[in-house]
Design a protein around this ligand. Structure first.
Ligand SMILES: Nc1ncnc2c1ncn2[C@@H]1O[C@H](COP(=O)(O)OP(=O)(O)OP(=O)(O)O)[C@@H](O)[C@H]1O
Ligand SMILES: [Mg+2]
Length: 1020
């Protein structure tokens, strides 16, 4: 059967408003604003046709166009349309261009699609971190890819038939749309209005909310349009009468696919034929025409006109899918190559099938395949699906992984339940590895249904796998049901190993809901592991229990569990276990406020992770190691700085590592930790931008902990910069998140700073209320060591809270209470860190303030000397100028005016040096303004007068620095010599200049020589 005439409309009919809208989208894109075009309408109405017009228009306007399609049979394969897009692109451009364009995402692409290796031969698959990070990295690098192209050329990304898209691709599309809204990138999607699944509806709603969408609804054609269409198909001489047009329009309701198919059926039946006169066509008298009533019928009639073997090939191919491989078809049909080729040619001639490549053919239209498939009897379908499955198994015998989704589909449709269950479980595993839990759950549900039909009891592992997937999807109840069945089954079958799995999973599941219950499951898991005598499981269970305590801010209770776990892993020589446990121990000590121990464990875990090439573990350990040194985080306890930590702050290796492995949450976390360290030393030019980057990234990832962390650092910084209002906003946000997280650790960390913000905003009742609730968190029935500030085992959060409580007491007018708290805390710190020279300068400063209020000036002065030494030793510049200010006040109260003035001037100079580092104009201006009122100003002394004052009132440190300046050394070299930071040196130089009333280093040098100030003593 041959259709001599091509019955496909060569031009685009109607659609003027859609074309106008589409042109506007392209024009706006060229000006830099991206948009998402949604081409939507019923099946066969002309969506693809309109999209084709759009891509043609875009190409000729200089757009870079990429095109991918979704297929019904592939809807359960994660990222299938993306793979299609890349393949089509690779088939249409030179290898060099393909490699160049896809370079940013190449490693990710070959990692998820090994089949792309021939296309991207130079890419090395990037190592997998965890499915979630892998997914984010893929999104990120693809966004980068298109961003790069868009710098030189506008981009159009088209995805066809997204009603058949997998969820992972939909999320990708949403991500791209959002990240490209301000770039010349247009995304066009087509979908059938009647087949929108809830997930697609949600993505469309999200896109609409993001205001990036233009709807291009495609309606059926009107009668005039159908007439124009006939003219376009049959030529101007076709001359079909009005009555025929009327009939055709009424019958097809203006659906162009139906119009074309009906015409083909009529031509085949001889009801519509050339009339002899050149170019003219005539339809038989209408009453004698048997017109098809549906598009399906129209296709079916054409099918009836095919030869028997061609019809059978068409049916087999329709079962295989919209697209089919020639080789597979050959396996399925027993025809030799020549025979099959001629049959396929017959299908092409009948305009049912088109050639996609040498190996691949496709039905001309999705509806064509649907019509042919619908024609088959249920029995025939079952048989054909079984044959397709068998052919696939043979054809891909050594790479079944690539076709498990297809096998799951065909075996299911073939009612081959046993194999359907097996393949569905494998397809689920594949989806989980690609972090596509929705696809996975679809496969898992099928695996269960197939097992049931096969009369097989699903395995415990299958229950646990589905439970985990449900957990990922936030389906608590379902996850719980699955784990519970697994638990019951294993208990009934005395399968203790399986029982451990189920208990372990339940312990993790309940953590987010009911921490007490989570603890019970974890302890039960430990009991089972012990009963089994399986040391590895015992150690893993111990770590879970330890971590459970740590998250409850009970590090002391967690410690012995981790220690026992470590001993076991060491005995077994289990390296990953050792590394993980050492890291957990480090965290336990950090949360326990014992930074020295924490740092030494982090150094150990860092070196273990290095050995194992675990870059994620290494990055994490480096960031936390830095946090154990001078930082806002460690400001309420004795910090511990190591050379590795200092190096980390210099080169930010951890952030680099996180970026390398695409661990975005890690990047947010590490920027936060480093920002927090810089905030502790007053390096605001680095701290503030880093904290803001961390915040933006954490918010984008919706990562609650790091969002809270970044807010807390920004809040603490604002407190130091005398902007309590700004601080309060950040800290309220951080505290709200901590409450949402339900983590005692985070509640205390954030509440302590928020208490200070409230104190400084004079909200004393609010501060006290918050302090009390954070100290005694509800549901906390364990006896609280935290209620005694002298306790040597306070957690880091409790230490912060006590420091805040002391400041609150001072403002409440209870200096003796403040003193009592601070003395207790300082004594505990000294006992715990006998050999440390670092101390807790913020506490010492508070102590001095309390003593000053109590008019115990001599003690206050001595304490301030200590505070100064401590702050200098840890380069805590935000404390240093406050110490000088406090010294000024003590002197003033003692009427030692000259010394008071010198101290105030020094404070001012140091604070000004810090102000110069604040990159935010508003914050800086406010800080300077507040300094004006906080530090009593005095006229600058004349140089003559300064000379009179023996050594100009310079402190020892200032004199040391001045002496080195006189030797012509730069600040950096001076810092190195004195073992302090470059910025600190800057501060000393500034304060020395201010005290002496000099404007330049040369003057200072001359003064040193004149006074005969010698070399400073060696480093302390
Ligand atoms: N405006 C039009 N002018 C001319 N021909 C058209 C027009 N719209 C559709 N057609 C023709 O009708 C047929 C079906 O159109 P198309 O493939 O675009 O439908 P669709 O909406 O994408 O259907 P599906 O939902 O099945 O993908 C095609 O052969 C196409 O060329
Ligand atoms: Mg289409």
């Amino acid at each position: 059967m041959h259709l001599q005439h091509d019955v496909v409309c060569p031009t685009l009919i109607g659609r003027s408003s859609q074309v106008a809208a589409m042109r506007q989208i392209l024009a706006r894109a060229r000006e830099g604003t991206g948009r998402v075009a949604l081409i939507v309408g019923e099946a066969g109405v002309g969506k693809s046709r309109l999209l084709r017009a759009m891509t043609e228009e875009a190409r000729s306007a200089g757009f870079f166009v990429l095109h991918g399609a979704c297929f019904e049979a592939e809807r359960s394969i994660p990222y299938a349309p993306l793979l299609d897009l890349v393949r089509l692109f690779a088939g249409s451009a030179s290898p060099a261009v393909v490699a160049h364009v896809l370079a940013p995402a190449a490693s990710e692409l070959v990692a998820i699609f090994p089949e792309l290796r021939p296309v991207l031969p130079d890419a090395t698959p990037s190592p997998s971190v965890d499915p979630e990070s892998d997914r984010r990295r893929l999104f990120h690098t693809l966004a980068q890819t298109f961003t790069l192209v868009a710098r030189t050329q506008p981009v159009l990304l088209a995805f066809e038939d997204v009603h058949w898209s997998d969820d992972a691709t939909l999320e990708l599309v949403f991500h791209l749309a959002r990240s490209h809204a301000t770039l010349p990138v247009v995304i066009a999607l087509t979908y059938r209005a009647e087949e929108v699944a809830p997930r697609l509806a949600r993505v469309i709603a999200d896109l609409e909310r993001a205001r990036v969408v233009t709807d291009l609804p495609v309606e059926r054609l009107g009668r005039t349009d159908v007439a124009t269409m006939l003219q376009a198909i049959f030529g101007p001489g076709g001359n079909l009468d009005a009555e025929f047009v009327h009939l055709l329009h009424g019958l097809t309701e203006g659906n162009p696919f139906f119009v074309e198919e009906t015409l083909k059926a009529l031509i085949l039946a001889g009801d519509l034929a050339p009339a002899g006169v050149a170019g003219e066509w005539r339809a038989r008298p209408l009453e004698r025409v048997r017109v098809p009533r549906t598009a399906v019928e129209a296709v079916r009639r054409r099918l009836a006109a095919l030869t028997v073997p061609a019809r059978s090939v068409a049916s087999t191919a329709a079962v295989a899918g919209r697209r089919f491989d020639f080789e597979l078809l050959q396996r399925l049909t027993d025809h030799d190559e020549r025979q099959l080729l001629s049959l396929v040619k017959e299908l092409i001639a009948a305009q049912l099938v088109v050639e996609e490549s040498a190996e691949r053919f496709a039905f001309r239209h999705a509806l064509t395949r649907e019509a042919i498939y619908a024609e088959l009897l249920a029995r025939e379908r079952v048989t054909l699906h079984r044959e397709v499955a068998a052919a696939l198994e043979q054809h891909h015998a050594d790479a079944l992984d690539g076709v498990v989704e297809a096998l799951a589909y065909h075996t299911w449709e073939a009612s081959d339940w046993e194999r359907a269950a097996t393949y569905a479980a494998r397809a689920a595993r594949h989806a989980l590895a690609l972090s596509a839990p929705r696809e996975a759950i679809g496969h898992l549900d099928r695996a269960f249904a197939a097992s049931e039909r096969a009369g097989i009891e699903p395995s415990v592992e299958l229950y646990v796998a589905r439970g985990r997937t449900n957990e990922t999807l936030g389906e608590f109840q379902r996850a719980h049901d699955d784990f519970t069945v697994a638990l019951e089954r294993t208990r009934a079958g005395a399968d203790r190993r399986g029982e451990w799995d189920a208990l372990y999973a339940l312990g993790m599941l309940w953590s987010a809901r009911d921490y007490a219950r989570a603890g019970e499951y974890r302890r039960n898991a430990l009991a089972v592991a012990r009963a089994l005598g399986d040391e590895l499981l015992v150690a893993r269970s111990l770590n879970r229990i330890g971590n459970w305590h740590v998250n409850l801010d009970e590090p002391q209770a967690g410690l012995p569990h981790h220690e026992e776990a470590l001993a076991i892993f060491e005995r077994l020589g289990h390296e990953p276990g050792i590394a993980e446990t050492v890291d957990l121990l480090a965290m336990t000590h950090h949360i326990g406020g014992t930074q020295r121990a924490a740092a030494s464990y982090f150094e150990r875990s860092a070196s273990l992770f290095t050995k194992m090439d675990d870059r994620r573990g290494l990055a994490n350990a480096l960031g936390l190691l830095a946090l154990c040194g001078t930082s806002c985080q460690s400001a309420a306890t004795t910090p511990f700085t190591t050379p590795i930590a200092l190096e980390e702050l210099r080169v930010m290796r951890s952030v680099q590592l996180a970026r390398e492995i695409g661990w975005r949450a890690g990047e947010a976390f590490l920027r936060w930790t480093i920002a927090d360290c810089f905030a502790g030393t007053g390096d605001y030019d680095r701290a503030i931008p880093l904290a803001r980057e961390s915040l933006a990234q954490a918010e984008e990832l919706e990562h609650l902990q790091w969002t809270a962390g970044a807010h807390r650092t920004l809040g603490a910084t604002a407190l130091d910069l005398l902007a309590p209002g700004v601080a309060r906003d950040h800290l309220e946000a951080a505290y709200r998140i901590a409450r949402r997280l339900g983590s005692r650790v985070w509640i205390r960390w954030t509440a302590a700073s928020l208490v200070l913000a409230r104190v400084r905003m004079s909200d004393l009742p609010g501060a006290l209320g918050l302090w009390t609730s954070a100290m005694h968190i509800a549901g906390d029935d364990a006896p609280r060591v935290g209620s005694d500030p002298a306790s040597p085992t306070l957690t880091l959060g409790e230490r912060h809270l006590w420091a805040s409580r002391a400041e609150l007491a001072l403002v409440e007018g209870r200096p003796d209470l403040a003193l009592e708290i601070v003395d207790a805390r300082l004594a505990a710190e000294r006992t715990a860190n006998p050999e440390s020279t670092l101390g807790v300068p913020r506490l010492s400063l508070l102590r001095a303030d309390a003593l000053t209020t109590l008019a115990r000036y001599d003690e206050a002065e001595r304490t301030l000397d200590e505070a100064r030494d401590e702050a200098e030793a840890q380069d805590a510049r935000p404390v240093l100028w406050r110490v000088e200010l406090a010294v000024g006040h003590v002197h003033r109260l003692q009427r030692r005016r000259l010394e008071a003035r010198r101290a105030f001037d020094a404070a001012r100079a140091m604070a000004d040096a810090l102000a110069a580092l604040v990159p935010d104009d508003g914050l800086r201006a406010r800080f300077v303004e507040k300094l004006n009122s906080a530090i009593p100003s005095t006229p600058a002394p004349t140089p003559a007068r300064a000379e009179k004052e023996a050594l100009g009132g310079l402190t020892r440190r200032e004199r040391d620095v001045a002496a080195l300046v006189a030797q012509g050394k730069a600040n950096r070299a001076i810092g190195r010599e004195l073992g302090i930071g470059e910025r600190t040196v800057e501060g000393y130089v500034a304060s020395a200049l201010a005290k002496l009333g000099f404007a330049s280093r040369t003057q200072l040098a001359a003064w040193v020589v004149e006074k005969g100030i010698g070399r400073p003593p060696a480093v302390r």
